[in-house]
Design a protein around this ligand. Sequence first.
Ligand code: URA
Length: 211
Amino acid sequence: MDKLATLEGLEKEIMGDKSLSLLKSNLVFGEGDPNCEVLFIGEAPGFNEDQQKRPFVGRAGQLLRKCIREIGWQEIDVYITNIVKRRPPDNRDPLPEEIESYKPYLTRQIDIINPKVIVPLGRFSMNYFLPMAKITRDQGKLFKVGKYFILPMLHPAAALRGNEAMKTFENTFKKLPGALQKINTPEVPEPEPEQKTQKAQRLEDVQSRLF
Ligand code: URA
């Protein structure tokens, strides 16, 4: 499948859908490598994102992009988008009906990209995948939802508001390469009965190294 062309088709479809909410704002579809392994999903575009029609280009976005570079990746190697694809007025939180309205498109966007790991940024995005999760309790934990691994993080805007939150955000970010490596490590083949203890030990080692 030509993922780029399919995503472009999806973007045109969203553009033409006049039943969506927040139609007064610009469409911020998302950007990055459609063949990426890691997909970041924020909440909704803010003022700068609306102006530039690009996700995460304001202060919070600068932090996100800096952290991506600091773990040795490039911004263009990952994909960055939002649950709600147009800016809510005055940067208010997205309403449940706004999230619902964009949901089918986000689902299709995720399925086209088919990443290895999804990183929800902040509680709105996290609750989209994990409705019962609490951001302060569950950020930094690796979950599996359907076929996707989910590693929730604090929203970078929250990290900018306090020292502790910044430390938490940066520490979780550093786990990302290890989490991806773990996900990409093929299952240890089923051992002969006498080797079972060894296999269990190896899995425990991998887990404790990562988290
Ligand atoms: N905050 C978000 O959640 N998304 C953006 O694109 C920018 C700021």
